[in-house]
Design a protein around this ligand. Structure first.
Ligand code: HEM
Length: 409
């Protein structure tokens, strides 16, 4: 009891029974969390339904989570989203099916509450849950997962065909599936970690979910900001074309290293538009202290790197797209500077960072080197290109970016 009295929890907005703080959250989660942090501070305790969640919104508090308490904060909550990311659904049996529904129900409840349509758990029927979670033409998430499972199997089968098997002797044309199959075949009986087909599907799913989308999102935001800021676009294209000449047929990694301004543009894009504005949710494994507050085990942690990237204490004109701000700055995005964390930091940071960076750099550089970009017909001003956001885990440009490429040379 004595200990409880000295337990110092983070500030918390008033809660309602059962739903906790869910009624205060409408709109995009990172923006709601940002508003709450302005009122309640950089470490806020919320109750999302029954889930205690701490929202972090300053670089100092982020450093305490990701560096000082890296181990204590490195678990991931067991949710449908993280389960899928780790290929957790691979062996859903009938016995587990009930559990799966319950998980989905929780997810749907959160969605329903945030839409303010339902005010009691009892009102939700299975069919409605199925309806709420469908977003992609599949009736239920399970249906979609089964489809994806078949898809990955198909990719693997393709690689196992005799005509593809010759590629197994790893040459430069072998792709990641061939590499993984090769690893599986070569492993010894005594190897500690045994790779199996399910693991390979898991890796493919990770790349699919975590990798493809995030890179594309980053490139779209970069192009959006470049078109909205013609001076930046002009400087970038001039530097690129002067440095590389006009005779290239293909952009290579060496070219990327020659054009410094492109790197600044990408940093500035990561600052204003991190693809995952709240990273992926963490869960505390032990009792930790953040900014002097006590955070108990099994608390979800949401790190608002979007808000940190726009913190006026740290950035001048935080809402403006100014790549030059990084010209004489040591601030980098690889997890050592807690003002800029598009890939997180510490032991749970993004393992795909190098691949992500290579694809974003090569993609953007190709777009800027080979083409000029015009507004579509009917659009008169760059300002007509809006920056409205949409999404939950990853945040995309709400309206598709429409531009007309004009071949430069
Ligand atoms: C611009 C592109 C990308 C961005 C912005 C990005 C960002 C992130 C972020 C913020 C996290 C969570 C980190 C944390 O909780 O601290 C993450 C995790 C992860 N990313 Fe990426 N990512 C990108 C590309 C990729 C690529 C290309 C791959 C795979 C090839 C990948 C694989 C993963 C995986 C597997 C995790 C989960 C790690 C874990 O839970 O331990 N990501 N990423």
């Amino acid at each position: 009891i004595k200990e409880n009295k000295t337990f110092y929890l983070p500030p918390s907005p008033p809660t309602l029974p059962i739903i906790g703080n869910l009624h205060q959250l409408s709109g995009l989660p990172h923006r709601c969390f940002h508003h709450l942090s302005i009122k309640y501070g950089p470490v806020v305790l919320l109750h999302l339904g029954f889930v205690p969640t701490v929202v972090i919104s300053s670089s100092e508090a982020a450093e305490e989570v990701l560096r000082t308490n890296d181990l204590g904060c490195c678990s991931r909550p067991k949710t449908v989203a993280t389960g899928k990311l780790s290929y957790g659904f691979k062996d859903i049996s009938f016995a587990q099916y009930g559990e799966y529904w319950r998980e989905m129900r929780k997810l749907a409840v959160v969605e329903l509450f945030s839409l303010k349509k339902v005010h009691s758990f009892k009102n939700i029927r299975e069919e409605e849950v199925g309806f709420m979670v469908k977003k992609s033409g599949f009736r239920t998430e399970l249906q979609r997962d089964l489809y994806l499972d078949a898809f990955y199997q198909h990719v693997i089968d393709d690689h196992l065909k005799p005509e593809a098997a010759g590629k197994k002797a790893i040459d430069s044309t072998a792709d990641i599936v061939a590499l993984l199959l090769d690893m599986m075949e070569k492993q010894g009986k005594k190897d500690y970690f045994k790779l199996n087909i399910s693991n390979i599907k898991g890796v493919l799913m990770n790349i699919f979910l975590a990798g493809i989308d995030t890179g594309a999102i980053t490139m779209i935001w970069a192009m959006t900001e470049l078109v909205r800021n013609p001076k930046v676009m002009r400087r970038a294209q001039e530097e690129i074309r002067t440095t590389l000449g006009l005779n290239k047929e293909k952009i290579t990694q060496e070219d990327v290293e020659k054009v410094g301004y492109l790197k600044l543009i990408i940093k500035e894009t990561f600052r204003l538009h991190p693809a995952a504005p709240l990273l992926l949710p963490r869960e505390t494994m032990s009792h930790v202290k953040i900014n002097g507050y006590d955070i108990p085990p099994k608390t979800q942690i949401q790190l608002n790197v979007w808000a940190i990237g726009r913190d006026p204490r740290r950035w001048t004109d935080p809402g403006e797209f100014i790549p030059e701000r990084f010209a004489n700055s040591s601030v980098d995005f690889r997890g050592q500077h807690f003002d800029l964390l598009p890939f997180g930091s510490g032991r749970r940071s993004c393992p795909g960072m190098s691949m992500a960076l290579a694809s974003v750099e090569l993609g953007l550089l190709s777009l800027l080197y080979f083409f000029d970009w015009k507004l579509p017909e009917g659009m008169v001003s760059e300002e007509d290109i809006d920056i409205e956001e949409a999404g939950n885990l990853t945040v995309v440009k709400k309206q598709p970016l429409l531009l007309v490429p004009v071949r430069h040379h």
